[in-house]
Structure formats: structure tokens, C-alpha cells
Design a protein around this ligand. Structure first.
Ligand code: G3P
Ligand code: MG
Length: 336
């Protein structure tokens, strides 16, 4: 269907549609590119490897910077992918300006500190920083049961926000330390007399329970880690864990952010914008559900815009202005 649209639009000159591409399970499995991916992208790019159809790569991965992902995609596909075309699960966090000057504890995998700083957070500590400053907290590994070299914890500034980027490597350490921070209002050196609730803000990305890597079966994703965290927090405190935001697919916020980027890509190509979005993904609970949610939002927005435009004709009847050119926005998202 896409191939058909592509060749039709190419003949007509200017495509009025755009594409959202999932990465894991659609373009690659782990580090291996899937058959047909390179050929598919040839249809969307010119002989210099530059896109002529507005395209955005929308992944729930959160373990790297989008510059790095763009570089990998360019290598895998043999085309030119710009960092601006990549939306990682954490990318929309740059909109949360109210937290940028707060002291943030970041959990995840890969260059977590660098990712948080690139998003705009200015005061960032990692789980490893806390593990070093508070060696008594992480005691699952009996080998680590040692006295602290000095009382670093006295000088450790209060944590204001917990930022969950993706599944970490040593789950028990992260689960323990995040819960310590939540039940102490950000000061894990002090045993709480009462459990504070609501707890300090928690910003989380990527709710994928499972995702496709090299293994024949899907692997645990960050959603599994969040599930453990929510369940332990509830068992220990009796309170539900509340996210200030939970972004990545299928959240609407992520789709709004991605649509803005897609429209920018269209403008960069000299196009007036996209009227239809095709979202291509492999996970029914995130890619398909998210695209359907966004589609529902767009349909409602379109319906509201039309009803506001209703006017009364000479006979006193209500009529709607059904002129396509006058519609403020006429975007639909479809699934391939
Ligand atoms: O951690 C990556 C994974 O959860 C899914 O990535 O590209 O399929 O959205 P993707
Ligand atoms: Mg996928």
C-alpha cells in the first residue's frame, strides 16, 4: 500500500503524507537489519540517500542519544537520517521545563547522564552516584556489605525528581534506591517517620512490556521494570505510584511531539505540510494502540473544527462548510 502511494505521489511531485517508523522489530532485530528494510527506504529517498517523503523514526528505546540512533539508522539503511528525524522515548521530556533546574535522579541504561543533560536537565545524579554516596542502601549483593569511607550522604543534595529513562542493568539496585528516594522525600540517608504521599515527581519513558530483539521471543522492556517498581512501592507503602508523566508510545504527547517534527520535516522539503500519517510498527500495545489513539484525537479535532464552521443558510438551515481547502487541519493517521 505504501509502495503504491509512494509511486503515485512521486509522479505527482509532492507527497501530502508522512511516515512514522518504529525501529526495533520493524527495521532491526537487535543489531541485525531486517530483510527488505534497505529496499523499502530506497523508495522514500533519492539517489543521494535524502528523503523526499517526510519521515520520522519513532522508537520507544531510551538508552542512547538521538544523534547516535540517527547515525546507526544511516549506516543500517544506507541513507541520510538526521538526528531531528529521530524521536526517542525520552525526546518529549524537553518540554517539561519546570523540572530542568531541579535535582534529578536518573535511572536507565547507556549514557543516562548525557541523555538527561541533552534534554535540558541541569542537576543530574545517577543511580551509581547514589550507590557510591550511600553504600549502605544497596545490600542485595552480600559482597558489597562494607562500611562507607566517609559520610558522603551528609552532603548529598536532596533529590527533587525521579527520571526513569529505560530498563536498567541491575534491577534490584535501581528498585531499592528509587523506592528509598520516594519514601524519604528525596533524602535516603534519613529513615522516614511517616511515608510521604504524594511522593516526589516521577517522570517515566517507555512503557513497553515486551520488545523484539535477536531472541526468538520478545524480551522484557521498561514496562516490566515499571510494573515491578509500582508493585513493590504499593506493597511497601500502601500507596499507588503516580507518574507525573508517562511518555513514549502509545502516549498522545509523544504523537503530538512527533507530528510537530514530521510537519517540520515536510516544511524542510518545501512541502506545505502532511495531511495523512502512516504509522508503521510491530507492537499492537504501543505502535498500533498509540496510532489509533492519536487518530481518534485528530478525528475529534477535525469534527470540532467543522462544527464551529457550521453556518446558517438563507433558508435558516445549519450547513457545514465542506470545502477541503478551508479545513484548518485534515490529518488522518493510518496503520501499515
Ligand atoms: O527498548 C526498546 C523497545 O522497547 C522498543 O523499541 O523501536 O520497537 O519502539 P521500538
Ligand atoms: Mg517495535
Amino acid at each position: 500500500r505504501c509502495q503504491c502511494y509512494c509511486s503515485q505521489s512521486r509522479k505527482n511531485g509532492a507527497p501530502n503524507f508522512g511516515l512514522f517508523f518504529d525501529i526495533d522489530g520493524v527495521i532491526v532485530r537487535g543489531k541485525h537489519i531486517l530483510p527488505g528494510a534497505r529496499e523499502a527506504f530506497k523508495l522514500l529517498t533519492d539517489k543521494n540517500g535524502k528523503f523526499w517523503v517526510p519521515s520520522v523514526f519513532l522508537t520507544n528505546a531510551g538508552n542512547t542519544l538521538r544523534q547516535y540512533k540517527a547515525k546507526k539508522l544511516s549506516e543500517w539503511l544506507g541513507i541520510q537520517v538526521d538526528p531531528e528525524q529521530v524521536v526517542m522515548s525520552h525526546s518529549p521530556l524537553q518540554m517539561f521545563r519546570q523540572f530542568m533546574d531541579k535535582h534529578v535522579l536518573v535511572s536507565g541504561q547507556g549514557p543516562t547522564l548525557q541523555i538527561a543533560k541533552c534534554l535540558g536537565f541541569t542537576k543530574v545524579s545517577t543511580i551509581d552516584d547514589l550507590r557510591d554516596a550511600f553504600p549502605k542502601l544497596d545490600m542485595v549483593d552480600h559482597e558489597r556489605r562494607q562500611a562507607a569511607l566517609c559520610a558522603f550522604e551528609k552532603y548529598f543534595p536532596k533529590i527533587d525528581v525521579v527520571l526513569l529513562l529505560g530498563e536498567p542493568v541491575r534491577w534490584e539496585t535501581n528498585l531499592q534506591i528509587i523506592i528509598d528516594v520516594l519514601v524519604t522525600n528525596g533524602r535516603p540517608s534519613e529513615a522516614p517517620s511517616v511515608i510521604p504521599f504524594p511522593h516526589i515527581p516521577v517522570l517515566a519513558c517507555n512503557m513497553d512490556l515486551l520488545w523484539m530483539a535477536e531472541a526468538p521471543m520478545p524480551r522484557f522492556g521498561h514496562g516490566c521494570f515499571l510494573n515491578c517498581l509500582e508493585s513493590l512501592y504499593y506493597k511497601i507503602t500502601g500507596y499507588p505510584l503516580k507518574y507525573t508523566t508517562l511518555i513514549g508510545k502509545p502516549s498522545e504527547l509523544t504523537y503530538h511531539h512527533s507530528e510537530n517534527i514530521l510537519q517540520d520535516e515536510a516544511h524542510k522539503l518545501g512541502l506545505p505540510g502532511v495531511k495523512r500519517i502512516y504509522a508503521i510498527g510491530d507492537n499492537p500495545e504501543t505502535d498500533i494502540y498509540g496510532a489509533n489513539l492519536f487518530n481518534r484525537y485528530l478525528c475529534k479535532k477535525h469534527a470540532n473544527a467543522l462544527s464551529q464552521k457550521k453556518r446558517v443558510n438563507r433558508q435558516g438551515q445549519e450547513v457545514s462548510e465542506d470545502d477541503d481547502n478551508e479545513k484548518p487541519e485534515n490529518i488522518n493517521s493510518d496503520l501499515c
